[in-house]
Design a protein around this ligand. Sequence first.
Ligand code: 6GU
Length: 230
Amino acid sequence: MRFDVLTLFPEMFPGYVSQSILAKAIQRKIISIHTHDFRQWTTDKHHSVDDRPFGGGPGMVIKPEPVVECVESVRPLADQAGRIVLLTPQGRKLTQPVVEELATEERLILICGRYEGIDQRVVDLLEPDEISIGDYILNGGEVAAMVLIDAVLRLIPGVLGDAESHVDDSFSSGNRLLESAQYTRPREYRGLTVPDVLLSGNHQEVERWRAEQSLAKTKQRRADLLDDTN
Ligand code: 6GU
């Protein structure tokens, strides 16, 4: 899967991209991530990417030309047209079903907004899938793009080794329960001990305990997940 990220801050990505699961997937050519600084598609001598909003108001708005023209230049860099995604707090919320849908694409072109927003003509011309990562405001779409990539990547065959397997992750299709508590050595730490059942060696009992814990935790913290209409 190929990710093209259009951003004014490409320098935010290399640190994230160097984390092990991602770096291995890139090395094995399962995925590739390409950042594009859309400031390079500005035409005026000051390379301005933003301007004041028509009608007045605070803040600045990203101009349409650099974004649209950057997408038009980047699109032919691969055979697949791909799906264009605009990261914006106005988008539909990124949930695991949306992540599963995005993971079926061979290519995603992610546009990271900034400032007060992006000129509406970008949306009208490119008709992107507008996605938000939650009900709070970030300074820009870059961190949201990393969240989206991180979540999608886990679903691409071959990206996770057995050790990181995602089959029983919370929120995957068919599992809408929070995970039960996990423990590793030591058996006792600052007076806190590991539940006996986990040390019992009885796999059936362990599974039963985990299922009960999972359900209790979900009821207590996220009862909304137990209602299929959500
Ligand atoms: Cl995608 N962008 C910004 N700027 N803020 C957000 C967001 C995206 N998702 C949640 N808040």
